[in-house]
Ligand binder design. Structure first.
Ligand code: ZN
Length: 237
């Protein structure tokens, strides 16, 4: 378990061990959460993580080619479909296929499928911007298996979402007001994911874990980030 030792050495000093407790609203087991690591190429490492690389990716336009935020989605498919969804986006889209992809798909059974490096953009939300940057060129798109119903947010999915956000926030210094973006808010005419239940009852506990004890970036840092430029960016979803 040398990867775990490396992760502990990398993150625990700056996060504090008090982070590693179950998310708010989680069932009453007190097992500490294992942590995830993100390698220099932007790939997640840890228990349950499966890499299924997708050709459907584009450059980020942010200054250091690092993601600034997270957009949350649900798949609008039944539980048990995550693996086939991940396989479906491996190749570039055919003529009758939507040009859609995402970085990570969290399955209800606890599997975490990563399709695109966090240092590249995926095609999860064609509307909206962060500063001058298109959403697809500046954020991580996270899909959650299911329809956004309370029953879809299994303890395993919530735990993995928490591990993922903790790792992303630490690795890329993401601001709290950029990791709670929802597809339905960015494209309200077409979408309503990740839904009310997630926003009210799941995400707050995840953010509490990710930001407890961590200072936020200063306004000067944020202002500098917002000066970036954005090229045309046509991809979906
Ligand atoms: Zn969506």
């Amino acid at each position: 378990m040398s990867w775990l030792t490396d992760i502990m050495a990398k993150y625990l000093p700056k996060r504090g061990t008090d982070l590693l407790v179950p998310v708010t609203g989680h069932p009453q087991d007190l097992e500490p959460l294992a942590v995830y690591d993100i390698d220099p190429e932007g790939w997640l490492r840890g228990p349950g993580v499966v890499h299924v690389p997708s050709a459907r990716n584009s450059a980020l336009t942010t200054p250091r080619r690092e993601p600034w935020g997270i957009v949350w989605h649900y798949t609008a498919t039944d539980l048990g479909t995550a693996k086939s969804l991940a396989k479906r986006i491996v190749k570039t889209p055919g003529p009758n296929d939507r040009a859609a992809s995402w970085h990570v798909l969290l399955a209800a059974d606890g599997t975490v499928y990563q399709s695109v490096s966090f240092k590249r953009g995926s095609w999860h939300c064609k509307e909206g911007r962060l500063g001058t940057h298109r959403i697809n060129a500046s954020t991580v798109g996270i899909e959650m298996e299911g329809h956004g119903r309370p029953m879809d947010f299994t303890p395993a999915l919530i735990e993995n979402a928490t591990r993922l956000v903790v790792a992303l926030v630490a690795e890329y210094d993401m601001r709290a007001d950029r990791v709670d973006l929802q597809h339905g808010n960015l494209d309200p005419q077409r979408r309503d994911d990740a839904g009310v239940h997630f926003a009210r009852y799941v995400l707050p506990g995840i953010l509490e874990q990710a930001y407890h004890g961590r200072p936020q970036p200063t306004d000067a840092v944020v202002t500098a980030q917002l000066r970036g430029q954005t090229p045309p960016y046509p991809q979906g979803d």
